[in-house]
Ligand binder design. Structure first.
Ligand code: T4K
Length: 402
């Protein structure tokens, strides 16, 4: 009998974990700590710690240049950036977005009283299926939100055409995608506005942080106000707003990370290539690649486990890796539509099932990358994956009596 997904078919490798120190997905890159500390020291000396400080302003300016847009508003995290953006844009009713993303994309809409309606994905890219999104647009829809999943640009041209067709604004949750290029153009400058994340687990981090990027002068002005209690710099309060401001300490880290973006992408790319070489002979395990016309930041290294070809399921591979002290993630299983609170009200959120979201979600594993993992460790990790798959396949064949 074939083993079921999640059934512990493996008690292999055993003994002492192969990696004495845990390898994490999301281990922060800390580029030039002395420069970060020097910048923080400057903020302490100036006694200007938050609210439109010079480090935040410089970070905003550099981000706008990176994305090739006129306006950037830095925030304390990307979730708040999305909320502030959705509020400033006056969204109501429903918004169509992909289910296959981190829960923050959906939660931030719900938090603003907007209903996320989940589209399925193109299984080949993991990004939104634009034709499915088209079928979900109704008179209640007030926007479309795309996600550049794993840093791989969404189908920007098709989404732009869809949004224009229906006269809707198009936003991108670009939490994973600073530094990625779509057809040669930097992510951050597409649609009506985009949002970056600088959480510690992102390859460019600010401890915590986010940013709204846009070329829309009026929207930028509204975002700036909403993120500062409803007032512009030095103005009286005239609108409803919140406090979403970035601190100088976070900007010190963000600026320093950003100065090292090219070399951090080079590290990620080298890691990605090393995984590709190391996993080349492992049956049923493939590395997810971006589209050939895109140049990505390789924020995540994602493999896919094809249970039929590997002879072992994704959950068993992930569990075996954890026993070896490799703390992987299954980004973004099971999809927002299968997560509370959305799964409790499917009629409102999704035409169920979303077969491609569910199928891909059961096959993917994010592996450690960034400066926290060495090339030798990647070689060893690939060897461990090969061993897991070989032994898992043997167990399965023995059970099936073949
Ligand atoms: N949209 C999308 C598409 C997103 O993916 C995200 C966030 C957002 C919006 C919202 O952005 P933010 O509001 O966060 O700016 C993480 C992150 O918290 C989250 O930022 C990220 N996406 C999501 C995909 O993953 P967790 O719960 O997996 O991360 P956490 O904190 O458990 O860390 C993962 C691993 O990283 C840990 O096992 C150890 C390591 N780690 C983590 C931290 C924070 C460290 O070694 N050092 C650290 O300081 O959610």
């Amino acid at each position: 009998m074939a083993a079921q997904q999640g059934e512990p078919v493996l008690a292999i490798l055993g003994g002492t974990p192969r990696f004495p120190e845990p390898l994490h997905v999301g281990r922060p890159n800390v580029a030039a700590p002395d420069v970060v500390l020097e910048r923080i020291r400057g903020a302490l000396d100036r006694k200007w710690l938050t609210a439109f400080g010079p480090l935040v302003k410089e970070f905003e300016q550099r981000l706008a240049e990176t994305a090739g847009v006129r306006h950037c508003i830095a925030t304390c995290n990307a979730s708040i950036a999305l909320q502030v953006l959705f509020r400033a844009a006056g969204l109501t009713g429903e918004v169509v977005m992909p289910s296959f993303t981190f829960i923050a994309t959906a939660h931030t809409l719900m938090w603003e009283g907007i209903t996320p309606v989940f589209a399925d994905i193109d299984e080949r890219t993991g990004n939104i299926d634009v034709e499915h999104a088209r079928r979900l647009i109704t008179e209640r829809t007030s926007a479309v939100v795309g996600v550049h999943l794993w840093g791989h640009p969404a189908p920007v041209d098709e989404l732009t055409a869809l949004a224009e067709e229906h006269g809707l604004p198009l936003f991108f949750d670009s939490a994973h995608a600073i530094g990625s290029l779509h057809k040669g153009k930097p992510v951050g400058g597409f649609g009506t506005a985009e949002v970056f994340s600088f959480h510690a687990t992102k390859f460019i981090n600010a401890f915590e942080g986010g940013a709204v990027l846009t070329d829309d002068d009026e929207l930028a002005e509204r975002v700036r106000k909403v993120h500062n209690y409803g007032r512009g710099e030095g103005e009286d309060i005239r609108h409803l707003g919140t406090n979403a401001k970035m601190t100088e300490v976070c900007a010190a880290m963000g600026l320093t990370s950003l100065e090292h973006m090219a070399e951090l992408i080079a590290v990620n790319r080298a890691n990605h290539d090393r995984y590709r070489d190391g996993l080349a002979g492992v049956p049923g395990v493939t590395l997810r690649e971006p589209e050939p016309f895109d140049d990505t930041n390789h924020q995540y290294v994602v493999i896919e486990v094809d249970r039929d070809r590997a002879g072992i399921g994704r959950d068993d591979v992930a569990a075996a890796l954890e026993r070896e002290n490799v703390l992987v993630r299954t980004h973004f299983h099971p999809g927002c539509h299968r997560t509370r609170p959305y799964v409790d009200d499917p009629a409102r959120h999704a035409p169920l099932p979303l077969p491609r979201t569910e199928a891909l979600g059961e096959r993917v594993i994010s592996l450690p990358t960034g400066t926290g993992v060495g090339q030798g460790q990647i070689d060893e990790l690939c060897a461990v994956i090969g061993q897991i798959v070989r032994q898992g396949g043997e167990v399965r064949r023995a059970r099936a009596g073949t």
